[in-house]
Design a protein around this ligand. Structure first.
Ligand SMILES: NC(=O)CC[C@H](N)C(=O)O
Length: 212
């Protein structure tokens, strides 16, 4: 299983270290070929406007769109979650429109207001989750297809919509590997199910050979 960590800006190395502890060799994604070679993608925390801008500047948006159309599972943390959201309140910035959530950037306060918290969750994992919140986005709304897996002070902080998992906190800054392990199970399942839709190449091949 090849898991990519988008490595344009932010704390991608911390995610890579978690993947290594789980026995994987992470792909630090910086090129189109990297994007095309992976089975799952982690988008780290950092600065969502910068990550979005670099995604476009590095020309990764088209290949990423191609892989997303094929059903690439994605796990976003903090800025990564912002990039996955369908709505970013009051901001026009690059986003991937994957998750039916509305997010408010920096809604928990400034860097100095960063905090850690423990909260319960509905995943089949041992013990509570521990979250590190750093200039974290708040999930203001979730759509009907979105499962809320954990909340803190009545606000969702961990959500899932099919193969998309997102956290407003940083699980990669704790010793707990459980969320990464859970994401790997989503990737495993997506791999077993195969591509969501025929790829452009498959469609082309069909046309050329006259196959249906
Ligand atoms: N820790 C983080 O990823 C912070 C996210 C950042 N405040 C943003 O809005 O993009």
């Amino acid at each position: 299983m090849r898991i990519g960590v988008l490595a344009l800006q932010g704390d991608f190395h911390k995610h890579g270290e978690h993947l290594k502890r789980l026995g994987l060799d992470p792909v630090y994604v910086r090129t189109r070929d990297d994007v095309l070679s992976i089975d799952g993608l982690i988008i780290p925390g950092g600065e969502s406007t910068t990550i979005g801008k670099l995604l476009v500047d590095f020309g990764l948006d088209a290949s990423l769109k191609e892989r997303l159309d094929q059903g690439l599972p994605v796990f976003g943390t903090c800025a990564g979650m912002i990039l996955m959201a369908k709505e970013i309140v009051g901001r026009e910035q690059f986003k991937l429109n994957l998750l039916d959530i509305s997010v408010e950037r920096n809604a928990y306060g400034r860097q100095i207001d960063s905090f850690e918290a423990e909260f319960e969750h509905s995943l089949p994992l041992q013990g509570p989750l521990h979250g590190v919140f750093i200039r974290a986005p708040r999930i203001a709304k979730v759509g009907p297809e979105v499962k809320v897996l954990a909340s803190f002070e009545d606000c969702p902080v961990l959500v899932q919509q099919e193969k998309y998992l997102a956290a407003s906190f940083h699980p990669e800054l704790t010793e707990n590997l459980e969320l990464h392990r859970y994401f790997l199970s989503l990737v495993e399942r997506a791999k077993e199910e195969g591509p969501a839709v025929p790829t452009l190449n498959d469609a082309d091949r069909g046309r050329k050979t006259g196959a249906p």
